[in-house]
Design a protein around this ligand. Structure first.
Ligand code: SAM
Length: 202
């Protein structure tokens, strides 16, 4: 689901970039990703996160995708017209145009909670990751975006939402082993999960 005007103001904002800088720093401490990786960012918005991924993880190629044509246009126009390691796409995170096991890492900054069928979005993340590949995620829970105030101001899917328990159980179902987290169980999570061959709970 695309953002409404209010959330675009919240997201396309210098303070959001500051927040993402802190988060990327935390991700780097959580997991060491070698330079030269194939990386995908799903729900990249106007590309602020993509810029930080390029700078901090030095991928061979970063594929950045968003459902919203206007966001991708902004990213192309203002940021990365001549960025040789970056490919920008308009696309749907529930039907990723990439081969199975083709990515060393996937980043999702506030992407999954915008997807009505978030289980399909997470299954796609797991499908495109190689075994040993890593999912870097920043997500928020309904208490933050569906409380009596935010539900009227922001636009999110209303049904089939995930909280901390739902997300962890879906990660396990997709063989994504949660390695490190910073989480406030009511509000949201910053986490790193590694694609394995097995489920965590056997
Ligand atoms: C909260 S914004 C985050 C944008 C950016 N990652 C950031 O942190 O600044 C969520 C983004 O996910 C995108 N999005 C929502 N549903 C999507 C889907 N099914 N596939 C790809 N992108 C999607 C929205 O268009 C929006 O740009």
């Amino acid at each position: 689901m695309k953002l409404n005007r209010v959330e675009k103001l919240v997201i396309n904002n210098p303070l959001r970039v500051v927040q993402q800088k802190f988060e990327i720093r935390r991700f780097r401490k959580m997991f060491r990703l070698e330079p030269g990786a194939q990386i995908l960012e799903v729900g990249c918005g106007r590309g602020a996160g993509a810029g930080l991924i390029l700078k901090n993880f030095h991928p061979a190629r970063l594929y950045a995708l968003d459902l919203d044509f206007c966001m991708i246009q902004k990213a192309k126009k203002f940021r990365f017209a001549r960025q040789e390691h970056l490919s920008l796409y308009v696309g749907d995170g529930t039907q990723l145009p990439f081969r199975k096991a083709s990515m060393d890492a996937v980043f999702g900054f506030g992407f999954l909670h915008h997807v009505p069928d978030w289980q399909a979005g997470l299954a796609e993340v797991a499908r495109v990751l190689k075994t040993g590949g890593v999912y870097f995620m920043e997500e928020i829970y309904p208490a933050l975006y569906q409380n009596p105030i935010t539900r009227h101001v922001l636009l999110h899917p209303r049904d089939n939402r995930f909280d901390s328990r739902d997300l962890k159980s879906a990660l396990d179902a997709n063989k994504l082993l949660l390695k490190e987290t910073v989480e406030c169980k009511q509000l949201g999570i910053l986490g790193v999960a590694v694609k394995t061959n097995n489920h965590q709970k056997t």
